[in-house]
Design a protein around this ligand. Structure first.
Ligand code: SF4
Length: 215
């Protein structure tokens, strides 16, 4: 896929998958969803065309402001990290060819975790996929069956219906989470608690990293 504001030369590097526009990398604790509480190395790839109005990482949207980083150089940073779990997030990482990155991580004995809206077809090999559909660009039909975890952000009360529509599309063993959009936490939390207690196939997810004051 062609990424906005990239030169032809940069686009060629991106297409190879050997370079990616990395916004930030950090070792932290996963705050959300099924793996909440697990330490992991996060790689946030710049570039997102989904445009959620409540997005809390809008600075990730424009890929061209983030440096193109050689994937092989990531190993240097990983070597001092005690965890073998690597979370690839964004932005929307599936804009890019992630085959090289995943092969590279697996070859070096890391587990690969993907956080995605599913707006683009997947590349790469993943130990765990967290699918978090967004209304602006709903997931590609083929990605639902690949998700290990479905995480629906609840911004208003209509989002429960949206959540159920997506739960119909994932595999029966996919874990289901409802997570309040952070700015609506106080309004949505009581509704989510009631909903999950009445519909126990769902679980509550919270952005616990924000409570821990970590990235
Ligand atoms: S998909 Fe994620 S990064 Fe992109 S706009 Fe939505 S919340 Fe932000």
């Amino acid at each position: 896929m062609n990424v906005k504001n990239q030169t032809k030369e940069q686009q060629t590097l991106l297409n190879s998958g050997k370079f990616l526009p990395i916004m930030e990398e950090f070792y932290t604790i996963q705050g959300e969803g099924d793996k909440a509480g697990k330490p992991a190395y996060f790689i946030r790839i710049g570039g997102c065309d989904v445009g959620c109005h409540w997005c809390d990482v809008k600075e990730s949207w424009d890929a061209s402001i983030h440096p193109l980083v050689e994937v092989d150089s990531i190993l240097d940073k990983l070597k001092d990290i005690p965890s073998k779990d690597v979370v690839i997030t964004g932005g929307e990482p599936t804009i890019y060819n992630l085959d090289y990155l995943c092969n590279f991580l697996h070859r070096n004995h890391y587990q690969t975790y993907l956080e995605t809206s599913g707006a683009h077809p997947f590349s790469g090999r993943w130990n765990w996929i967290c699918l978090s559909p967004k209304k602006n660009i709903p997931p590609k039909p083929e990605v639902y069956s690949l998700a290990h975890e479905l995480k629906i952000i609840i911004h208003n009360k209509n989002d429960f219906m949206w959540a159920e529509e997506h739960a119909e599309l994932v595999n029966s063993d996919c874990k289901l989470f409802l997570q309040p959009e952070w700015s609506k936490l106080d309004q949505m939390m009581p509704l989510i608690v009631d909903y999950v207690m009445g519909n126990p196939k769902w679980n509550v997810s919270l952005q616990t990293h924000k409570v821990m004051h970590i990235p």
